[in-house]
Design a protein around this ligand. Structure first.
Ligand code: 0O2
Length: 205
């Protein structure tokens, strides 16, 4: 692809690589410190990725934008994406608070798809944070999308993504309803597990 040969494209992708490394380290330190202080680790696992060029192009097309480096910077906030999967619903908000309260990132936007799920049934908490990268003589702020969700929400999202990707034209109204139902089943599991965890926590005191 022509874009990939351009010097400014390569420079932009290098900055995204730096931002990925920076946020991975920062988040790991924040969460390890929390686990040490509280004696409880809310995180199951964390995954960070750089969006593939094909997915970047697809996103720009979806937004009806020309495929240029400027438009990637302007319209694609999730070139660097981090997913934090945690145990219980309350853990999601604990992690959101930890990220909000550190001075290290600037929180640009937040979307609570747990309080207000998407029509598809998708649940997750999204944050776009601006991550500082320190370059020669200057600091630049690179956006990173952080998705925070429970294991149950993550399980549903992975399967939903797989089905939609594999069968883009075969999900009819009936199957769409089944997918939404299964998202609601996952919510029930999350609520039950949260209840059990709360009861056990209370008994511990
Ligand atoms: P991929 O391949 O996962 O990266 P924006 O990103 O803000 O410009 P939008 O659509 O408003 O555009 O963002 P939104 O909805 O806040 O978040 C988009 C991302 O959330 C998606 O990224 C998915 O990762 C996830 N997501 C949103 N809705 C669904 C859903 O119904 N099912 C599943 N499985 N995931 C969802 P991408 O770029 O679309 O894809």
């Amino acid at each position: 692809m022509e874009l990939e040969r351009q010097k400014d494209y390569k420079e932009m992708m290098l900055k995204y690589e730096f931002a990925k490394k920076k946020i991975e380290t920062d988040i790991e330190i924040l969460l390890q410190e929390y686990a040490f202080k509280e004696g409880y680790n809310p995180v199951e696992h964390i995954k960070t990725r750089i969006k593939s060029i094909d997915r970047i192009v697809e996103k720009l097309r979806r937004k009806e934008q020309e495929i240029t480096v400027e438009n990637i910077v302007k319209y694609v906030n999730d070139v660097v994406g981090m997913r934090i999967v945690c145990s219980f619903i309350k853990d999601v908000y604990t992690i959101v608070d930890i990220i909000r309260s550190t001075g290290e990132f600037v929180v640009k936007s937040e979307k609570d798809y747990i309080e207000e799920p998407k029509d598809s049934g998708y649940r997750s908490y999204h944050m776009i944070v601006l991550t500082p990268i320190h370059l020669e003589g200057r600091t630049e702020y690179i956006p990173v999308e952080i998705q925070i969700r429970t294991i149950a929400m993550d399980c549903w999202a992975s399967l939903d993504h797989k089905l939609r990707y594999r069968y883009p034209d075969r999900i009819n109204e009936e199957l769409e309803k089944e997918i939404i139902d299964s998202a609601n089943d996952m919510l029930e599991i999350d609520k039950k597990m949260q209840y059990i965890s709360d009861v056990l926590n209370k008994n511990e005191v």
